[in-house]
Design a protein around this ligand. Structure first.
Ligand SMILES: Nc1ncnc2c1ncn2[C@@H]1O[C@H](COP(=O)(O)OP(=O)(O)O)[C@@H](O)[C@H]1O
Ligand SMILES: [Mg+2]
Length: 319
């Protein structure tokens, strides 16, 4: 049984860190985050498998924060900046990459029939046939969460949604948004939404969403709050983007993000079944000369438990 000692100590230090941050005592906050990281490492040592990995990742994040705050304490003792409006950001050149209607289609994505059906009903059909859905008093969904193991096609799925509704695709990765400066993440969240609203229709895809929008309890709360402000379509001018969040660790997400009404569906993207693996393998071999003695069924058996991305290595040119 995991001792609650370290988890209590961790929480205690996170509270101290929060308090130090409010008092702009960055050195104090850095020390408290480093202590919280030590507790996470201790909990990782006491656990196994994915839980140990979670604690380990948490410790890395906390150590990263401690490092940043240490540097900040040394270099910039100035106040942290909050951003609650996007007006002042609109003239800056864009830092966010976007893709005009991606070419990948739902048909390229093998299996995941249930997930496709959910997104078709909630997003695609109401966007494509607004007149029909208006009479039924149904408006298109505004956001959804894709969760499941890595390399199972979450990114590909999000791009295919953008293709289906003829939208611009903005793929935002964690390292682009997590600022080295306290307060900078909120600014990044604001700027990202301002950019997305410039397009008449945009799918805003936030990869590794758990790292930015994780549960309250440390300073990342400010990025969560900024996300809630920005994703509230009623108080923001311009077109609201469709928000797709992806994560391998949905339990880390802040519950406010999921309960605010913006994220209306949670879709599990799981490992492919045998028939789906067969389709992925066959699609991968489509343009490759294959010897007669290649036993596809055997490969299907051998790849049990593999994600689609592990079966089909694009960089290596197929299997
Ligand atoms: N169901 C699938 N059908 C076809 N290709 C898939 C599927 N799942 C994964 N792939 C392949 O794996 C690659 C990686 O998937 P990706 O969307 O990046 O996964 P994730 O975002 O879940 O980590 C895709 O570009 C695609 O080539
Ligand atoms: Mg991905």
């Amino acid at each position: 049984m995991m001792s609650s000692f370290f988890s209590d100590k961790k929480r205690e230090n996170e509270v101290i860190a929060e308090r130090s941050l409010s008092a702009k005592d960055f050195a104090g906050a850095a020390i408290a985050f480093a202590r919280a990281a030590e507790c996470s490492i201790a909990m990782a040592d006491q656990s196994h498998g994915p839980i140990a990995t979670c604690f380990h990742d948490d410790a890395c994040d906390l150590l990263g924060l401690a490092e940043e705050l240490k540097a900040k304490a040394q270099a910039h003792p100035s106040a942290r900046k909050r951003v609650s409006t996007t007006d002042d950001l609109s003239d800056k050149p864009s830092r966010w990459g976007s893709e005009n209607r991606p070419s990948v289609k739902f048909g390229d994505l093998k299996g995941l029939d249930e997930a496709k059906q959910i997104v078709f009903d909630a997003f695609i059909a109401p966007v494509k046939h607004p007149e029909v859905f208006k009479t039924l008093n149904i408006t298109p969904g505004t956001g959804l969460l894709l969760y499941g193991p890595p390399r199972t096609g979450k990114t590909m799925f999000a791009r295919a949604v953008a293709n289906e509704i003829d939208a611009t695709f903005m793929h935002v990765k964690l390292n682009e948004i997590k600022s080295r400066w306290v307060g900078g993440s909120e600014e990044n969240v604001s700027s990202m939404f301002a950019e997305a609203r410039k397009f008449s229709r945009c799918v805003l895809f936030l990869d590794e969403a758990d790292a930015l929008l994780r549960k309250r309890g440390n300073q990342r709360v400010s990025a969560v709050e900024q996300f809630l402000i920005e994703s509230d379509g009623f108080s923001q001018p311009g077109n609201q983007p469709f928000i797709l969040l992806a994560t391998n660790r949905p339990w880390l997400l802040d519950s406010a993000v999921l309960s605010a009404g913006r994220i209306s569906q949670y879709i599990h993207i799981g490992l492919p079944t045998a028939p789906v693996r067969q389709q992925i393998i066959e699609a991968g071999l489509k343009d490759v000369p294959v010897s007669d003695d290649v036993d596809i069924e055997r490969i299907v058996d051998m790849t049990n438990g593999f994600a689609g991305g592990e079966i089909h290595h694009q960089k290596g040119g197929g299997l």
